[in-house]
Design a protein around this ligand. Structure first.
Ligand code: GDP
Length: 357
């Protein structure tokens, strides 16, 4: 799938850059362009992709300090300039725009939904948000920001593919130490998904097409991605169980949003050497996914790659809200109520969670 990536905020910019680098190093060419937007000058300076600083008159290049409402305002106020800068970068061959942002911070959290709204007004291609959720040991502000941003991002995007920072981290590392590792995992997995719709080698009926990714995300709401891989035998007949077992692993332990398997739609991509991919295994795994997700729309396809391993990528669209998602929303409601107590003059709607804008 031909995409343009726009990273908003620190995490957004970093992840956009590693995704673009992965795509380039693998020679996939699914990423047509990568762009970073931020209110913090220092965060942009460490990126090698093209960037744009916003909110200079309000925050003087110092960032919004976790104030996602301010970030949403800045993005809305400067939307003309941002859209001008993007014009020409989003060519007619782009099949989707993907906004990448950490939802727990300030600039990405508030800026991503505001930018999604603008982009959807102007472009016909789907606008997805790749949203990174704070891990459990990140502070209360991050959790509350994520809850409020989530509500708005889900409304403003064509689909929000969520990645919990606790999902793909390795257990020995602290979150900070682990960012590079998590970002590499995101780049590889999301990068493979995007590239799978671009497969040219071994073109055949069973190869995934971009439209299958877009159709899987068609119902909007929350999306998530799972991944698992294993060594494969040269004899495809011996790989039937391998494909079913890595698909189970992808869904049960490899999802970017853990503990949420009920979905409106799913796509199973089996990546690997086409001679090693067992048709029977793929069909069984697809049927199994149908039962587990309760979805009647489970698409499937191959992604031919030169490798002696096989990998299962499971994309879920229209995912049920998990307990964890509800917790974020609850944290945002509590933060709201606390603010209301501090400042009773300001009116908040009882216990309804407000949108960012
Ligand atoms: P912003 O610049 O104001 O948008 O704020 P950040 O992008 O720093 O957002 C903070 C959130 O993103 C927190 O939940 C962080 O844990 C997370 N975060 C920051 N940097 C990274 C990163 O490099 N990778 C990942 N996966 N998460 C990050």
């Amino acid at each position: 799938m031909q995409v343009v990536l726009i990273g908003v905020g620190q995490a957004g910019g970093k992840v956009t850059q590693v995704l673009a680098e992965f795509d380039h190093d693998m020679g996939f060419n699914a990423v047509q362009g990568a762009f970073g937007v931020n209110t913090a000058k220092a965060d942009l300076q460490s990126l090698s992709i093209d960037t744009m600083l916003i909110g200079q008159d309000r925050v003087k290049g110092h960032g919004v300090g976790g104030d996602n409402e301010l970030a949403a305002e800045i993005m809305q106020d400067e939307s003309t300039e941002v859209m001008d800068a993007l014009d020409g970068r989003i060519s007619t061959s782009a099949e989707a725009v993907v906004i990448v942002a950490g939802l727990g911070g300030g600039t990405g959290s508030g800026g991503a939904p505001a930018l999604a709204r603008e982009l959807r007004r102007v472009y016909e291609v789907p606008v997805y948000v790749l949203g990174i959720l704070p891990g459990r040991d990140e502070g209360a502000l991050y959790q509350a920001n994520a809850g409020r941003s989530l509500k708005t991002v889900i409304r403003e995007s064509d689909a929000s593919l969520l990645i919990d920072n606790d999902a793909w981290r390795s257990s020995e590392e602290t979150l900070e130490e682990g960012f590079d590792h998590i970002n590499d995992q995101i780049a590889q997995r999301i990068g493979l998904l995007l590239a799978s719709g671009e497969a040219v080698e071994g073109v055949g009926e069973s190869v995934v097409d971009s439209s299958e990714i877009i159709n899987t995300l068609r119902d909007g709401g929350i999306a998530s991605l799972g991944y698992a891989s294993a060594e494969a035998s040269a004899d495809p007949g011996e790989n039937v169980n391998t494909v079913t077992s890595i698909t189970r692993k992808a869904l049960f332990t490899g999802m970017s949003l853990p503990n949420a398997v009920d979905a409106e739609a799913a796509l199973l991509v089996v990546a690997g050497d086409p001679d090693r991919i067992p048709r029977k295994g793929v069909e069984r795994a697809r049927k199994w996914l149908e039962e587990e997700t309760g979805s009647l729309q489970v698409r499937g396809g191959d992604f031919p790659l030169d490798s002696d391993r096989l990998a299962s990528l499971v994309l879920l669209g229209g995912v049920e809200r998990s307990q964890r998602i509800e917790e974020f929303m609850q944290r945002a409601r509590e933060a709201h109520e606390a603010a209301e107590e501090r400042d009773p003059v300001e009116e908040f709607e009882n216990d309804e969670l407000d949108d960012l804008f």
